[in-house]
Each structure stands twice: as C-alpha cells, then as structure tokens.
Design a binder for this molecule. Structure first.
Ligand code: T1G
Length: 703
C-alpha cells in the first residue's frame, strides 16, 4: 500500500509530497515553470526537506505544459532576479544531497530547465518533449552549467552544435544522444517512481556529471567555429561566447569552466543585444493577443485549406500549410502553371532534404499533403481558402465572387494581397464577415512573418482563427488594419523614398546598401529591389500616380530603370548588373548615368553624404511612418511593428526592431532629427503626431 503524505506548498510555485519514501517536488509556475524567485526558494526548501533519512530519493516534475522553460525571462532586470538562492546555489544543493534525484520531463526542458535536469542524477523524458539549450536565441549562453555539463554528458561536438544553434531535440533524440536516460510514453513521474524503487540499488553512487573530467575536443576546431559565425547574425556575440564556454569544458576542471561560463553570462545578460533579443522574443508572443477580442472566442476548425494560384506565392503558401501538417489543395485552372507549381514544390522539398533539413520520408509526407487540382469546385471542401492570384483588384474580385458561390458557409476567405484594400474585396461578396487578409512573405514556406489584415467587418472568430492557424504552421502573425501597404509595405514606402532621394543627392546604390547592411539590415534597399523585382513597385506607382501629390519631390530613377526594362535579377539588370547565372550585384555605370541625369533634370545638387545621414534618413523614415501607423490604430502595438520588421523585412533583431531602436536612441532625439529633415526636405518628414505627443509627455516609449 503506497504511503503518500499530504501535498504541501513550499512556496507559491513549488509543491512537495512524499510517496513511499520518495520526495516529489512539483514546479507549478505558469506559464512555463520559469526558474523565478519562488521556484528557487521552493526547490531549495524541497531539497532541504529531502535530507531527512526517511527520504530515499527525489523526483522533480513540472506542472502544466512542461517541465521547465528555463530562467524566468520576465524577471530579468527586476529585484526578483537577485532573490536568493540563485539558480547555481539551488543546483549545488541538489548535487550535495547525495541521494538519487530524477528529473521527470514532459512538454519541454529548455535552457535553465535542461540545466536543472543536468544536475539531477537521472533524466526521464516523455515522448514528444522538446529538450535543448536555446539561450543564444535570446542573446545569452547557457548560464547555469549547460556549457560544461552537456559536453561531459554527450560529447563536445554534439553539445556545441546544440548550444551554438540554440536548437531543441525531441525526447527520443535526446535519449539517443544520452541527454536523457529513458524516453517513456507514459507519465514520466510514474516512470521515475518505478525507476527509483526498482532500478537504483540502495546506497549506489548515483551518476554525477560534475565528477567527470574535462571532455576531449571530439575533433572540434573551435577557431574554425568562431570564424564561421557570420558577422551579421543576430546573436553573433552570444554564439561566440557559447563557443568559448564549450571550449573551456575541454580544457578546464568543471569549477573553472563554470566560473568562465558565469562571467560570460553576466557580461551578456545586460548587453544591448541580449535586451533587444528578449524584447523581440516577448514581442512575438504579445503579437498574437488581440486587445478587443474576448480571449474565450473559439477559432473555427481548420482541417483543410485551399490555395488558389500555383505561382511563387501559391506554391509557397501550400508548402507552409503542409509544413504545419495541414492538408492543402493547390488550385490553378491553367494546367501548365499547375504542373510548374507541383514541380517547384517537389524541387524545394528535395533541396531541403539534400541539405539534411528533412528526411526523404518527411519530403514525401509533406508532398502528399498538397493536392493539385484544376477544378475550382475543390474549394467546397475547404475550411480556409487563400487566394494568391495576380495582384489586381478586378482579378481578385472575380475569384472571390466564385468562392462566395462555391465555398461552404463559415469558410474563411483570405486574400494574400500585399497592399490592396481588403475591405473593398470583402464588400464585393455576400459574406464580408468571413473575409480577411493573410499576407504571406516570399518565400512563403520560409518567412516567419504573416500579416493578418483585419477588415472593418471581419468577424472576431475569423481573426482568432487566422491567428491560431498562423501559429499552427509556425508563422509569427501580426494583426494589421486596412491601409495602403498595411504595416510593413506602408513603412517600406518612405524608407525606399529616402533611399531613392539619397541616390540623386550623391550616394550610389552600393553605398546605400553597404551602409544599411552595416547597420544590420539583411539586405540593402536596392539589392532587395533587384531581388523582388522593380516591376512590382512600378505597377503600384503607376496605380497610385493619379493620386500622388504633384507638389512633392518624386524620384524618377526607378521608373526610368523600369522603362529601360531593368527589373532586377529577373532581367539580369536593375540597380545593379548581374552576370549570366549569377545573383552577385555588380555596380553598373549605366545606372550611375540614369541617376545623374534624373538629378540634373530635377535640379538636385550632388554632395558628400555621411553614413550617419544615410542610416537616419532611411531608418527614421521607417520609425516615423511606424509611429503614424500606431497613432492611426493600424497596428496594435509598437512591438508589433518591431516584429513585422524583424521577421519580415530583415531588420536586425539585435537592435530590437525600428520602434525599439528609436526608443533606445531616445524619442526626443529621434524627434529632433526628424524635425531637422523636415526643415530640409519638407512635409515628407512631418513628425508623427504620436511621436510629438510622446515627447511632450516625456515618455520613453511609444506605448
Ligand atoms: N520566461 C518567461 N516567460 C516565458 C518563457 C521564459 N523563459 N518562455 C515562455 N514564456 C511565456 C511566453 O512569453 C508566453 O507568455 C507564455 O510563456 C507561453 O509561451 C539560466 C538564462 C517554453 C517551448 O528560451 O521556447 O534559461 O504571452 O506561447 O508555445 O541558462 O515558450 O502567455 O503571457 O511560447 O507552449 C531559455 C523560451 C531562457 C525558452 C513553450 N529558455 N520559451 O511554448 O508557449 S534563458 C527559452 C519557449 C535561460 C539559463 C538561461 C516556449 C516554450 P504569455 P508560448 P508554448
């Protein structure tokens, strides 16, 4: 008969009970059992209570979704972060217990959560749990022993790969690697209790990782690993620190290695990069919350999707759903286009398999989820339809009219438009409440960002459904209301305007691109235009030409290049020239001549332009437009705008996004610089009212 004591609360977030002489310490700190102050005090109390001779072993288990998601990032920089005992002090108490301690893992054991499991003697994980040390993703390195203990447990090479990439593995892979001792399908707590009662002989010396000597280098070339870290990567500093720390595990006794790791962690934790990356982490989590929709709103079930159009976007979108395990019909009434789309899908998946990102089985699984169809009637079985046809309102309205007639009631009708008026599209059919914009970014099967464009009459549950399905297919959704260009592309307009103006004032495409890539942009505006195609912007400018204010300065450079058939990489010439088969941008004197001629005809003086002005003119143009978007209620939060630019436009995550960057400069300073540009360049630079108000109110942030 099992003897179980009452469950007692050792702290607000840690419970304790004894079952047949085994102490069960339960972490209960929603949402992810982060190693906050009350977890640490509770764990410490639980270990102290387990020193009692009546206790023969300990199991640590997590309540809720998982074992432990690591340090409580919300407490960083707050008084709670320094409440004793520290994480390493609690870990030392666990190791000093000298009784078998088992980590019973379900859901996830990440960061400090895995580090907690590594100071236990045994680790038992439930199938499906995610396990890893993802600290570099938030600009840190494992700071509670992970860089010293994981290499000692699984070898230097495997440990370095996991730590440097911030990757996670499944419980079964973790068992193969030796991170966990057993992977079980049942309740890991039951498995741990059984293990302790059956498999751990009384008094046996339970394995302690710290007792192991420094590990071999495993053939790892640490200098090469350091050189391979791209200068532009968002978490470069953290990756380099992680490589150094893992190297220390091969050269130093563990005490010294832990001290080196700790020192590196302290250096990183308050660094601007780590703070910016933590901002992005939380901003992505916040973006899915909709302030004015009841959180109890139930999403519509999405079991099958139909994608209309098998061009670049359509095939990418179909792959995005297949990647998330959602069956998708890929519909195109042109047989050649459909064949090309199907071939593109197979080619893309096979390329991923060739790079080791997918197994051939996964490739076939995903391809099997995508059903090509020539028959538009196929949409009748879809719960969500995404049209990705030609970016023209008339064409889209024709498609929506057919969907209105063919789709079952309650089907979510989405347009992948990148800037057209979703409200106008909604008004053209009988069920406008079911219409929403799902603006995927190319390549849609890769890019994380998904702008969810909420129309005036879009039903709340359609919004909630769209956000939920976005998360299911591993996208980062950001809600936008309807305006020309929504959030991202609307901000791109002034950014490109300033870049174009800088050309006429004396900068070159390669200079502007270089300066902005140095700032951290994944790609400069002109190389980006050549990649995306100058003809797309040209079509938009022609559409908007009738409404363009004639009294405002306008750069004709892009139009002249397009009139000359220079559409970018697709025509081997745009702002740059491209040798046959190459995507390498080569500066082209022809473009220089076009720029000079346009500037001369428009009476624009050439001058020396400092790098700082190039950055300010382009980046503060983004910020000012972002503040206008926020002020108009198009975006819910400044941090949403940051997510759009970091996850959709290559803005450097280690700078937090355009709005976070502006806040780090200081809003007063930002307004001062914008007013300077307004004095020189006129109303294009009229400060956003929300920015002026924030400065008047002495605020340090846009919210
Ligand atoms: N700290 C604080 N809050 C966290 C958190 C964390 N580590 N992880 C998640 N949250 C919040 C998140 O903001 C959201 O809040 C809610 O939990 C649900 O998150 C010492 C120093 C664990 C796999 O990097 O990967 O340990 O919006 O929607 O899909 O060396 O969250 O609901 O208010 O993602 O079930 C290292 C990051 C930290 C793990 C759960 N750990 N988190 O996924 O839920 S540094 C990580 C995740 C560290 C040590 C170092 C995922 C998850 P809200 P969610 P989920």
């Amino acid at each position: 008969m099992s003897e179980t004591t009452q469950i007692v609360d050792l702290s607000p977030t840690v419970q304790y009970e004894v079952r047949d002489g085994v102490a069960v310490i339960r972490l209960a700190n929603p949402p992810v059992n982060g190693l906050g102050d009350t977890i640490r005090t509770g764990l410490s109390a639980g270990i102290a209570a387990s020193r009692d001779d009546a206790i023969c072993g300990v199991v640590i288990v997590g309540d809720g979704k998982g074992f432990c998601g690591g340090a409580d990032l919300r407490q960083f920089g707050t008084p709670a972060a320094v409440v004793k005992p520290s994480v390493s002090e609690v870990f030392a108490q666990i190791q000093a217990l000298r009784k078998p301690v088992v980590a019973a893992i379900h859901g996830f054991a990440l960061g400090g959560g895995l580090e907690l499991a590594l100071v236990c003697n045994y680790r038992i994980a439930q199938t499906g749990a995610r396990i890893g040390l993802p600290e570099v993703n938030v600009g840190l390195l494992p700071g509670a022993g992970g860089t010293q203990r994981l290499p000692r447990l699984i070898g230097t090479a495997e440990a370095l790969t996991l730590i440097q990439n911030g990757a996670t593995v499944t419980a079964s892979r973790a068992a193969e690697l030796g991170i966990v001792d057993y992977c079980v399908t049942g309740d890991p707590l039951d498995a741990a209790l059984t293990f302790l009662s059956n498999s751990v002989p009384e008094g046996s010396a339970a394995p302690v990782i710290d007792d192991r000597p420094p590990v071999s280098r495993d053939g790892v070339d640490f200098d090469a690993a350091r050189k391979a870290v791209r200068p532009s990567t968002r978490n470069r500093v953290a990756q380099l620190a992680a490589i150094d720390a893992v190297e220390a595990a091969t050269t130093h006794p563990i005490e010294d290695g832990l001290a080196l790791e700790r020192a590196a962690f302290v250096r990183l934790v308050d660094s601007p990069e780590a703070q910016a990356l933590r901002h992005v982490f939380f901003a992505e989590k916040e973006a899915v919350k909709v302030a004015d929709i009841d959180r109890a709103t139930v999403p519509r079930p999405i079991n099958r999707v139909a994608v209309i159009g098998s061009g670049t976007m359509g095939t990418g979108i179909a792959m995005a759903f297949a990647n998330g395990g959602v069956p998708a019909d890929l519909i195109d009434q042109n047989v050649d286009a459909l064949d090309r789309g199907v071939a593109t899908i197979r080619r893309n998946y096979e390329a991923s398999a060739a790079k080791g990102r997918l197994t051939t089985h996964q490739v076939e699984q995903r391809i099997a989820l995508i059903e090509p169809s020539l028959d538009l009637d196929t949409v009748s079985s879809a719960d969500l339809v995404v049209e990705a046809v030609f970016e023209d309102m008339t064409v889209k309205k024709e498609v929506f009219a057919k969907l209105d007639a063919l789709c079952k009631p309650g089907t979510v009708l989405a347009s992948n438009t990148s800037r057209l008026d979703v409200d106008e599209l909604a008004r053209s059919i009988s069920r406008p409440q079911d219409v929403i914009g799902l603006h995927f970014f190319s390549p849609a099967n890769v890019m994380k960002l998904l702008e969810v464009v909420r129309g005036e009459v879009t039903a709340d549950d359609v919004v909630v459904t769209s956000l939920a399905v976005a998360q299911k297919i591993d996208k980062v959704p950001v809600l936008s209301k309807v305006c020309e260009g929504f959030i991202g592309n609307r901000m791109l307009s002034p950014y490109r305007r300033e870049a174009d103006f800088l050309l006429e004032e004396g900068a070159t495409p390669e200079r502007v691109d270089h300066v902005l890539q140095d700032f951290g942009l994944a790609m400069g505006p002109f190389a980006m235009s050549d990649l995306a195609g100058l003809d797309i912007g040209w079509a938009a400018r022609k559409r908007l030409a009738p409404s363009r204010p004639q009294h405002l300065r306008y750069s004709r450079v892009a139009d002249v290049l397009c009139e000359g058939g220079r559409f970018g990489q697709k025509t081997a010439a745009g702002y740059y020239r491209y040798e046959a088969g190459s995507r390498l941008p080569v500066p082209d004197p022809v473009v220089e001549q076009v720029i000079r001629r346009c500037a001369q005809e428009d009476g624009i003086e050439q001058r020396e332009i400092a790098d700082a002005e190039i950055v300010d003119r382009c980046i503060l143009a983004l910020v000012n437009e972002g503040a206008k978007i926020l002020g108009e209620g198009i975006a819910q939060r400044a941090s949403d705008i940051d997510v759009v630019y970091v996850d959709g436009y290559g803005f450097p995550a280690h700078r937090g996004g355009p709005m976070y960057y502006a806040q780090s400069l200081g809003l007063q300073e930002v307004l001062r610089r914008i007013r300077q540009f307004e004095a020189v360049h006129g109303e294009y630079w009229s400060p956003a009212p929300l920015l002026e108000q924030a400065v008047r109110d002495g605020k340090t942030s846009f919210q």
